[in-house]
Structure formats: structure tokens, C-alpha cells
Write a protein that binds this ligand. Structure first.
Ligand SMILES: Cc1ncc(COP(=O)(O)O)c(C=O)c1O
Length: 421
């Protein structure tokens, strides 16, 4: 069947391929510990009560017609206030666009900045950039990040491609690693972007930063969440933030997201999404405005939610460190943010299928996030993790590691090289 060139170059999702295989097994009655999804079990993690009530109320009040094409004014005002409170950044409602979650905004922003043949820089592992690059026909310049840099790109790694690029796609806290930029790391990148844009002539396209911060309210460290404009105010004209209620409020199915940045770019995103019609539903927009305006409801929800997520992340992290101390080939990065734990299993074979078949544990390898250079790393999501499942999961993991440990010793001796990250 002949379809468009776009259809032909659109890659299938590597994440979905594994998730579907896991779902198929679960559907066939297998008891699985499915930690692959970037989603929540709503029985464990429901959306905030106030948000739920406001959604129902809005439907009862017949808030069912078209919303404003760029998002309802009351929601954009609420988001401007929210951004001021949580990030100490000033944006006018006219610099904010509402969409049905983060995805359509990323899709439209890519299309409004990138032409076929333009260069886009992004780090790996990361979420979906390879997909958007394929869709826009861009040339990817991929930074293979190091665990020693929290799996975040550095200015020095980006510098060789900076002159040719129109877009630098960043995400912090990062999916799949759950790690964040350090202020000095991000500042050096932003200063380089400002310098590059100053060098470019008025006729040339500028270099923009997308800053996907959809997990930023799920931040566990003592340090605050940082972002381009907070570490380098001069980068504001070139920065587009993407955010949503999907992760911070366990509301992946409610479909409300927003982006903010320089008005000329946001204006074009509005125009494009108007034709796609990827608006957030009217009732949900009304409800999110009411919820975000209620500081105490937001704080109470986030405190409880973060505590429950961190408890899971920490329990699993400590369990893994315990195995490491016993000499098993496993390690993890201490939880920093989001719902993800970066787990390293230093065995030569890909453990995705082995763990699934021998212990019913489903994880996602970093390779599905474009990181072929990090074959020993896996993402473990706690969004569907029940407290009572953690001990059996850790026991199962230990059993599999013990059973498969021998080959790695032989492999290491034979190869005589250090373990690749
Ligand atoms: C980093 C990142 N950005 C954006 C999204 C998309 O979020 P939404 O469900 O709001 O479209 C996801 C979803 O997994 C994500 O992980």
C-alpha cells in the first residue's frame, strides 16, 4: 500500500511494542509486575478530589461547547499565576497556549520551528524526540549522555552542533531517567544559546530551546526545580516551556497541557493547533483553572502524592543498593524526581525478556529511548506500583540476578574491558 512519504518515515513506537507484549501476557492471565508505563493506576493514584469535583460540576453546568482556540482566558490567567508562584517567572496570558496534554504542543512547536533538513539537537535517552524529528524531516544531532552527568547533556557535548541547529530539545526532570539538570550545567547551555543567537544575522533562523518540564512538580531534592529562564534570563526570547497536568496530578487521561514562551512562536502554535483541533475539552479547562487557583488544594495533593511516590522509589532504590552490596551486578541512581528510577543491570544480555519470563517483572530498556550506548540501563516506573508488590519484586529481581550472574564474570574476563555505560 502506497501512502505519503510522511507515513512511510513515521517510526513505530519501541515503547508500545514492549508494553503491548506485556499487556498480552497479562491478558492471558499471567501475574505481572508491570513497571513499564509512564502512567498511573488510578485506584492507587486518583486525580485531586477538587479537580474531579470541578470537572463534574463543569459538565453539569453545560460547559460543553468549543473552548477558545488558544485556551480559555480564565485558564491562561490561572497558569500565568501558577508559573509566577512555582517558577518565579512572568508570562502574560497571551504568551500561553492550552492544548489537549503536552503531546500536541510538542508536535506543533516542532512543526512551527523546524523545516525538513534543519538540525535538531537532543539528548538520549529521552522521550519521543526521535519521533518528532522523523515527522518534521529534521537532521538529528543526538547527544549520548553519561550517567556521571545525571544523563543530561553538557554545553561541551552540544557545542559542535550549535551553529547548524534551530532547535535544542531538553527535558528536566527527564523521562526515562528521573534525573534533573544541575543549575551550572543548564546555565552553561543557555549562555551558549544566547551567544549563538546574538551571532546570527537578523535574516537567519534563531536557535530555540524546548524545555519539557512535565514532571517538575514531582521533584524530591532539596534544590528547587531549575529552568532556562531562571538560570539565564537572556534566553527567554528563545525558550518554549511545555507542561501539563498529566504527570504532576496523575491526570494523564484528563488531557490538559500548556506551553509558554515568546509570543510570535506561541501565536504560530495556536494557529496550527486550531486546525488540528487538539484543544483541551471545555469542562476540563474550567476545572483545571479552578483547581490551579486553589493553592492549598494543590499543595495538599502534591505533598501526599510525592510522599507516596518517593516511598516507592526509595524502597526499591534501597533494595537495589542492598543487592549491590551483596555483590550482585545491579545499581541505581538515587531518586531525584518524577515516577522513574534508573536501574543498571550489568549483565551482557538484554534483561527485558529474561526478567519478564523468569520473574514477571516488566521494565523498559533505555534503548527504546534511543540510548543504544547505555545497554545496561532500564527505566522502572512506580506509577502502577502497589506497596505490597515491592518485596516480592525485589526477591524476584535478586533471584534472576543470581541465576544469571556467572556469564558476566566470564564475559568481563574474556572481553577484558570495562563495563560500557
Ligand atoms: C517527558 C514527557 N513529555 C511529555 C509527555 C506527554 O504528556 P501528555 O500525556 O500530557 O501528552 C510525556 C508523556 O509520557 C513525557 O514523558
Amino acid at each position: 500500500m502506497k501512502l505519503s512519504r510522511l507515513a512511510e518515515r513515521t517510526p513505530p513506537s519501541g515503547i508500545l511494542a514492549i508494553s503491548n507484549a506485556v499487556k498480552q501476557r497479562a491478558g492471558a492471565g499471567e501475574q505481572l509486575l508491570n513497571y513499564t508505563v509512564g502512567d498511573f493506576n488510578p485506584q492507587l493514584f486518583p486525580i485531586p478530589r477538587l479537580l474531579e469535583d470541578e470537572i463534574v460540576k463543569a459538565y453539569r453546568n453545560r460547559q460543553t461547547n468549543y473552548p477558545a482556540t488558544d485556551g480559555n482566558e480564565d485558564l491562561r490567567v490561572a497558569i500565568a499565576a501558577f508559573v509566577k508562584k512555582h517558577q518565579a517567572l512572568c508570562y502574560n496570558p497571551s504568551e500561553i497556549m492550552i492544548g489537549s496534554g503536552g503531546r500536541p504542543l510538542l508536535f506543533a512547536a516542532y512543526h512551527m520551528i523546524v523545516d525538513p533538513g534543519d538540525t535538531v539537537i537532543y539528548p538520549v535517552p529521552s522521550w519521543n524526540n526521535h519521533f518528532y524529528v522523523q515527522l518534521t524531516g529534521a537532521i538529528p544531532r543526538v547527544i549520548a549522555t553519561e550517567p556521571g552527568n545525571n544523563f543530561m547533556p553538557t554545553a561541551e557535548e552540544i557545542r559542535p552542533f550549535i551553529k547548524e541547529a534551530v532547535l535544542l530539545a531538553l527535558c528536566s526532570p527527564q523521562n526515562p531517567t528521573g534525573t534533573c539538570f544541575r543549575a551550572a550545567q543548564l546555565k552553561a547551555i543557555c549562555e551558549m544559546v544566547v551567544e549563538e543567537n546574538t551571532r546570527r544575522g537578523s535574516e537567519e533562523k534563531k536557535l530555540y530551546i524546548f524545555y519539557d518540564q512535565i514532571y517538575y512538580l514531582l521533584h524530591y531534592g532539596r534544590e528547587q526545580h531549575i529552568s532556562p529562564v531562571s538560570v539565564c534570563p537572556e534566553v527567554q526570547p528563545y525558550t518554549i516551556y511545555v507542561d501539563a497536568i498529566s504527570k504532576a496530578f496523575a491526570a494523564t487521561g484528563v488531557r490538559v497541557g500548556w506551553c509558554y514562551g515568546p509570543e510570535p512562536v506561541i501565536g504560530k502554535i495556536k494557529t496550527m493547533l486550531n486546525h488540528v483541533g487538539a484543544w483541551a475539552p471545555m469542562a476540563e479547562q474550567k476545572a483545571v483553572a479552578a483547581f490551579l487557583n486553589n493553592d492549598s488544594a494543590v499543595t495538599v495533593y502534591l505533598n501526599g502524592f510525592k510522599e507516596a511516590l518517593l516511598q516507592r522509589l526509595t524502597t526499591i532504590y534501597k533494595g537495589i543498593l542492598h543487592m549491590k552490596m551483596k555483590g550482585l551486578p545491579i545499581d541505581a541512581i538515587a531518586p531525584e524526581a518524577s515516577i522513574y528510577l534508573s536501574v543498571k543491570i550489568a549483565l551482557p544480555q538484554d534483561m527485558t525478556t529474561v526478567l519478564l519470563e523468569e520473574a514477571g517483572i516488566a521494565l523498559l530498556p533505555f534503548r527504546v529511548f534511543g540510548a543504544a550506548h547505555a545497554p545496561y540501563w532500564y527505566r522502572l516506573s512506580v506509577g502502577t506500583c502497589r506497596m505490597e508488590d515491592m518485596a516480592p519484586m525485589l526477591r524476584g529481581l535478586q533471584r534472576v540476578l543470581e541465576a544469571h550472574m556467572q556469564p558476566v564474570k566470564e564475559h568481563r574476563v574474556a572481553a577484558g574491558s570495562k563495563t560500557p555505560e
